[in-house]
Design a protein around this ligand. Structure first.
Ligand SMILES: O=C(O)CCC(=O)C(=O)O
Length: 229
């Protein structure tokens, strides 16, 4: 008879970091980490689920190709992006906002069902997200520290799915310029940023290009699900 999975608190060394392991047959099959309130479900998606998500994203990318947004003050983001859902996140010289159309003028494709299922599983919410932002990080792409605050209601969490190459993710608190901590995220990890952590500054220092074989051309995809209105 298979042994039941059990949960054990593996480490709890400060308010900033907390880890809880799910152990089956003496082997850790999943860990839930908390870094400054960001809840990270390590290896939430196994390899088959990761491959299925990449397949589900192909039609999204065909209908709404990646673009490199310009930013206020000039220059372009190093991350390429697109969206699915009712709203897509967008930036240009005039600011940051959600838009109902892709820059080419068409509406965004629907959020694929397996992605909505992850949101439901981890948030338990009836309310579905109305935006799924897809960020693609090539070899030198990164993202500066920022808050997610273009949404109307911060009581809804942000769910963040990592696919492909490892990345160094940095998390602070809700003050600009406050202390930060960094953690490596791997393909299949899914994070939930909610509650007191919802407005924490966060960003991405770098990716470890070529560390995963999930994406044919390498790099990392991050999907973030948000309730916008
Ligand atoms: O790529 C990531 O893990 C973070 C993405 C992010 O911070 C954002 O889209 O606001």
């Amino acid at each position: 008879m298979p042994l039941q999975a059990s949960v054990r608190i593996a480490k709890c060394d400060s308010q900033r970091f907390f880890a809880r392991d799910v152990v089956k047959n003496g082997i850790i099959i999943m860990s839930v980490l908390r870094l400054r309130g960001f809840q990270i479900h390590k290896s939430h998606l196994d390899s088959a689920a990761q491959r299925a998500l990449v397949e589900a994203l192909r039609p999204v990318l065909r209908a709404a190709p990646l673009f490199s947004p310009s930013v206020p003050g000039g220059g372009k983001m190093s991350v390429r992006m697109t969206s699915a859902g009712k709203f897509g996140w967008f930036a240009d010289e005039t600011g940051y906002r959600y838009a109902e159309n892709h820059p080419k003028g068409t509406g965004w494709p629907a959020i694929p069902a397996p992605i909505l299922a992850i949101w439901r599983d981890l948030t338990g919410l009836e309310r579905q997200p109305d935006s799924c932002l897809l960020n693609y990080y090539g070899q030198d792409a990164k993202m500066g520290l920022h808050q997610d605050k273009d949404e109307a209601d911060f009581s809804f969490p942000v769910v963040s799915i990592s696919l492909g190459d490892d990345c160094m993710f940095r998390m602070g608190d809700a003050r600009r310029g406050g202390k930060t901590d960094a953690i490596w995220l791997n393909s299949g990890d899914v994070g939930v940023m909610g509650g007191e952590a919802r407005l924490n500054y966060h960003g991405l220092d770098r990716i470890r290009f070529g560390s995963s074989r999930l994406l044919p051309k390498g790099g990392r995809i991050n999907l973030t699900l948000r309730v916008v209105t």
